[in-house]
Design a protein around this ligand. Structure first.
Ligand code: SAM
Length: 265
């Protein structure tokens, strides 16, 4: 397990999910359906999953297409859809969730209202979102630097990607949902570490695989702005990308801490 995993709340979150009967589950901002995988492994039970994403970038479009293949034969359907206007009946889901997508939304209130509309009264609302502040390691801070840089690249290309939220902002948003039986877990490690075959590598945030993947992510993101017409903006971002690579090589990289919020409507 990565260093500090046992002391994190990831195990508690997995245990809590193990008490949830998911029924028909909606995953908003699903991208490649990564959170559907997590829920399939952890929920006490489920009937089916629906993943929606408006696929504004070529990356999320490709991720959804590969997810459709990956989940073939399983009770999972994917729709390209703007969550600001969900094409589902009122009260048609037992569980509505969103993982690491809150800061990608142009209209947070609108999307959350839509999720509540399609959720049955008493349904489960699950929100998982990384935050930018708090007591994070140097490797996590390096990951956050990279994330914010990629958010600026997305924004330049017209894809909404806001700055990572603070813990307080996420809590305020969760409060606005007026959920009952609200529980909040704060974790420095993803639940998926429990199921990851390569989790031992992450004991060291400077392990070769992590460094390689982070550097590749930066190189791929830099390629996306190759045709950006303003050379000054492009060169500035590319230079920043180089500095972030150096930071990652010095500190390693590890996923940011996140809040996991669960309650009922
Ligand atoms: C970081 S990704 C999600 C990751 C995924 N949920 C996971 O946990 O693996 C954020 C996604 O939110 C999607 N998104 C942003 N605004 C949206 C909207 N209004 N409707 C649907 N999807 C949206 C983006 O297209 C992007 O794929």
């Amino acid at each position: 397990m990565p260093k500090g995993f046992a002391a994190s709340n990831a195990g508690k979150i997995a245990k809590r999910l193990g008490s949830v009967s998911g029924g028909k589950v909606l995953d908003v901002g699903t991208a490649g359906g990564g959170f559907i995988d997590t829920l399939m492994r952890t929920l006490k039970s489920y009937d089916s999953f629906v993943g929606v994403d408006y696929c504004a970038s070529s990356t999320s479009k490709a991720e959804m297409e590969s997810a459709k293949k990956r989940f073939e034969g399983k009770p999972v359907r994917f729709f390209e859809m703007n969550a600001e206007d969900l094409k589902f009946e009122n009260a048609s889901f037992d569980t509505a969730c969103m993982s690491h997508s809150l800061h990608h939304l142009a209209k947070i209130d609108r999307v959350l209202a839509e999720m509540k509309r399609v959720l049955k009264s008493g349904g489960n609302f699950i929100l998982q979102e990384c935050y930018c502040d708090g007591d994070q390691t140097e490797a996590q801070k390096a990951d956050e630097l990279e994330h914010e840089w990629e958010a600026r690249i997305d924004s330049l290309l017209g894809v909404t990607h806001n700055k990572t939220l603070t813990k307080q902002r996420i809590m305020d948003i969760a409060g606005s949902l007026k959920l009952s039986e609200l529980e909040v877990f704060d974790s420095a490690h993803p639940i998926d570490c429990l199921f990851c075959k390569r989790r031992n590598e992450c004991k060291d945030p400077k392990n070769q695989a992590t460094l390689h993947n982070s550097i590749k992510d930066i190189d791929d993101a830099a390629k996306r702005i190759e045709n950006q017409s303003d050379p000054e903006i492009r060169n500035r971002l590319i230079e920043e990308g180089k500095r972030i690579k150096e930071t990652i090589e010095a500190s390693g990289s590890a996923p940011a801490s996140y809040l996991f919020i669960i309650g009922r409507t």
